[in-house]
Design a protein. Structure first.
Lengths: 337, 337
DNA sequence: TTGAAAGCGCTAACAA
DNA sequence: TTGTTAGCGCTTTCAA
């Protein structure tokens, strides 16, 4: 059986000692070896099709080249682009991505975090944080660098990369007030998520600066079902609402359903705005006006932030990196009737 | 610095030799060690918070516990559920998933396949195959077990797990003929994908057995743009088409666009059927009738097939496992006008 | 500049 | 049943 070649084979063929071959092949150390031997070794390596064994290297150097990526649920449409951005950036940097999905389960979160570390991941990218996750907070003190994506945890000095949701929500409120709306309701996601809080806060600020009275309903989850229930309740209580800002696009889907059920038209009777610009919302009827988030870039930026840290970068240089969002105006908003 | 404990530390504390400690901690070998020493060792391990180093273990045993998963593009809506199914099954079996995305690039495919193997992945799940991918075909002879998902490669004895697309397409044609249609066009995806061929073949068979004349257009990609272009061309040539079967849902989106552009209504003038039942197609206008594929189950089944092989299962027991698909009838199909 | 030797932490073959 | 020994493939001191 033609075993894959080791450094020893290369050294033998080049007529040098394995140690020398190792030095010759290490690009970080030019001048540690004669140019002529370096050439001989490289040649032998090429002829043999030699590739260093990452496992053996890791055992020696303690660097595995593995980055753990923890996500809440890959089937949530916002995540694939983020994971994609992370993954392409890390592969390009010679790292491999170990993906783990918590299924939105806190217990699973801490299990998987431990598992990822046990498997010697050099760094962690975490998209599952709730404001109170202890397991995530503990990462701040730990010895494996971690970066949070999208979701932040309270009171921990962990770097975060996310979209500038606040700016997006403010733009959405401005858009609606610009269209003459002032009875604008906001439907939140679960309060244990930082994204919910950030968006809600922005809504409240924008409303107060426009002098309009805020109107908030809290949802138990970022789902269409929650959006639908909240909207139905809202319409029962108040018949003067002319615009609804949904915590995210999934909830906006539920808003559409509830409006249709109540015999209200969108946007003729009620304008609707979502958040995230997930795939295909432009193809809904009506096409959804929403806050677009640069998901893939967020993933890439998170990966780069982690790489910087792994290369000994300053730990405090780039806490809280917010990437620009933008309001995409489509057919679900119009001038107040 | 309180270095994490090694097996040596555990052995020392338990007063035994490292080799003995190793045996005591190995769950696969009961009876290789006295119950009393086993207990002592386990106790010591617990007290020290010992966790075996997976890297060292891998170097020794050649088994990394890592499974490489190669996908064409995570942002293609069919993939997240598949990856999810793979990932949850493998974690439950104590394996970790290394995810790599080729971005539909053949060169990247072979690079990443090599990289995954260099990183000592014990097994591979490949969703990127084209009918001719050499790099994938080479896996058949290789020493790391591989399972294909959804996309097959020609002339290679690699196990495949996929949805039963043929049955789905036949059901779709039957559904349409049952509604009185006989001018049913089929829009294919790229011919280098096995899924395209399987679906097309099924369409041709179903048409011939119903005695209707087949009407096929070939698309260069499974995209909305392709679906749109093909439909526009089709409508230019033939004004008698009353139903269109799209290669997948993305193409069906394009069909919707082209019909609207041509001033034709769906389903009143033309019925449309998609394939995949990707998220949110039920919310299109009209809701899309489509062939649903059990994506998550396919992922799970692929993972289990690989695990079986890793445990020395027969290599030929389960080549070509097809999971049942089903036609989901929604609003885009109706009785022929 | 190169060779020699040790060792990362673990497991498996062999010996006692 | 347990201890001993060797070695997975690599890097990195230390000497020459």
């Amino acid at each position: 059986v033609p075993r894959r070649p080791t450094l020893r084979d290369v050294a033998e063929r080049a007529g040098v000692h394995p140690g020398t071959a190792s030095r010759a092949l290490d690009p970080a150390l030019p001048g540690r070896v004669t140019e002529v031997t370096a050439r001989r070794v490289r040649e032998a390596a090429r002829e043999l099709g030699y590739a260093p064994d990452p496992i053996a290297r890791t055992l020696r150097t303690r660097r595995s080249g593995l980055i753990g990526v923890l996500i809440p649920d890959l089937m949530n449409p916002v995540l694939p682009p983020i994971v994609r951005g992370i993954e392409e950036t890390l592969w390009d940097a010679g790292r491999a991505v170990v993906l783990a999905d918590t299924d939105n389960d806190a217990a699973r979160e801490s299990t998987l975090l431990a598992e990822l570390q046990a498997r010697r991941c050099e760094g962690l990218i975490v998209a599952t944080a709730t404001r109170t996750s202890e397991a995530v907070r503990a990462l701040a003190g730990g010895d494996v660098p971690a970066v949070l994506v999208t979701r932040d945890v309270d009171d921990a000095d962990l770097p975060l990369v996310a979209g500038d949701d606040a700016a997006g929500v403010m733009a959405a409120v401005d858009h609606l007030t610009g269209l003459g709306h002032d009875r604008i309701a906001y439907l939140t996601g679960p309060l244990e998520l930082s994204t919910t809080i950030v968006r809600l806060q922005a809504y409240l600020e924008a409303m107060s600066s426009s002098g309009a009275e805020p109107l908030v309903r809290h949802g138990e989850a970022f789902t269409a079902a929650a959006g639908r229930r909240l909207t139905a309740e809202l319409l029962d209580d108040r018949d003067d609402v002319t615009a609804i800002l949904a915590g995210n696009d999934l909830m906006a889907l539920g808003v559409y359903e509830a409006l249709a059920e109540a015999g209200l038209r969108c946007p003729a009777d009620v304008s609707v705005v979502g958040h995230n610009d997930m795939p295909f919302v432009a193809r809904l009827q009506p096409p959804l006006t929403t806050v677009a988030i640069p998901q893939r870039e967020i993933g890439g930026a998170a990966a780069r932030a982690l790489l910087r840290r792994l290369d000994g970068g300053a730990a405090d240089a780039d806490l809280r990196r917010l990437l620009p969002t933008r309001l995409v105006v489509r057919g679900s908003t119009m001038r107040r009737p």
